[in-house]
Design a protein around this ligand. Structure first.
Ligand code: FAD
Ligand code: FES
Length: 255
């Protein structure tokens, strides 16, 4: 993990209040990044004393020396980020947390399930899985049609099904409804999204090996403040999302 100064290469709006940022990062550092890891990005100048915000790594382009983040404007921090322009300085703690250890897995077909702001990290994961010859099926869920992003990108890597809560695009309902309808075949699943979604998936796919990425709020981001602690499922211990996670095996922690 490294604290570094860099700058913004490009910024664009890709869906409702959904921003894509490309950030210049040196090749050597990009090569160490695992899908599922995140950056801890400083908001404003350090004199403004705002907390950093955790944002997952959505994509990595080693040749172009670029790192992509995709985030939803929710509050003051993300709104401030969106005011940045090409060339503006950025300060990042990178890479943070434990990502998906796909090198340690034996699988031929992965199911990726993303909800809302949980979709971005699954894109880099999908790319790395396909690179290893693993078949990828993706189910992504959003509130409404205008929130949908990355559908074409995922379709370029395998089957992709979209759900919206209000039925304005794709299948109406939740990602779990789509699992029910499509009955995709897979060995392992990888999910990222709001906790109620992760809970529902864990319950539905009890017979499958899976990995859940928790995007709870954080404080320090480096394991020092205990703001992100979750109990283990057996309630005998606890884990820090920022350090032990954000990716956990299904059944490892109590969501
Ligand atoms: C490991 C990790 C990875 C993340 N990756 C991404 C990502 O790739 N893209 C992305 O858009 N967001 C991601 N998030 C969430 C992101 O960090 C928050 O949305 C952001 O910190 C909000 O900051 P803010 O100052 O704009 O909002 P605040 O002013 O802090 O909050 C505004 C509103 O957003 C809600 N909110 C804040 N944080 C979260 C959260 N984590 N989940 C749900 N609601 C929240 C608050 O309850 C409040 O209602 C990630 C979080 C974690 C922990
Ligand atoms: S955010 Fe401080 S310990 Fe995890």
């Amino acid at each position: 993990m490294k604290l570094m100064n860099t700058h913004l290469h490009a910024i664009s709006v890709i869906a409702e209040k959904t921003i894509k940022m490309d950030i210049v990062i040196e090749k050597k550092l990009l090569e160490t990044i695992r899908p599922g890891q995140f950056v801890y990005i400083q908001i404003g100048s350090s004199s403004e004393h705002m907390l950093r915000r955790p944002i997952s790594i959505a994509d990595v382009d080693i040749e172009k020396e670029l790192l992509t983040l995709v985030y939803k404007e929710l509050g003051e921090g993300t709104r401030k980020l969106s005011q940045l322009k090409k060339g503006d300085p950025l300060n990042l703690l990178i890479p943070c947390g434990n990502g998906y250890r796909i090198d340690q897995l034996q699988l031929s077909h992965a199911l990726l399930i993303g909800g809302g702001i949980g979709v971005p990290p699954l894109y880099y994961l999908a790319k790395k899985l396909v690179e290893k010859g693993i078949k990828v099926t993706t189910i992504i869920g959003f509130q409404s049609k205008e929130d949908v992003f990355f559908e074409e990108e995922f379709k370029g890597l395998g089957d992709c099904f979209v759900t919206t809560n209000d039925g304005s695009y794709g299948q109406q309902g939740y990602v779990t409804d789509s699992i029910e309808k499509e009955q995709p075949e897979f060995d392992n699943y990888f999910a990222c999204g709001p906790n109620p979604m992760l809970k529902a998936i864990e319950l539905k796919l009890t017979d499958k090996k899976g990995f859940l990425s928790l995007e709870e709020r954080m404080g320090c981001g480096i394991g020092a403040c205990y703001a992100c602690v979750v109990p283990t499922k057996d309630e005998k211990g606890s884990k820090k999302i920022c350090q032990d996670g954000p990716v956990f095996s299904a059944g490892e922690v109590k969501i």
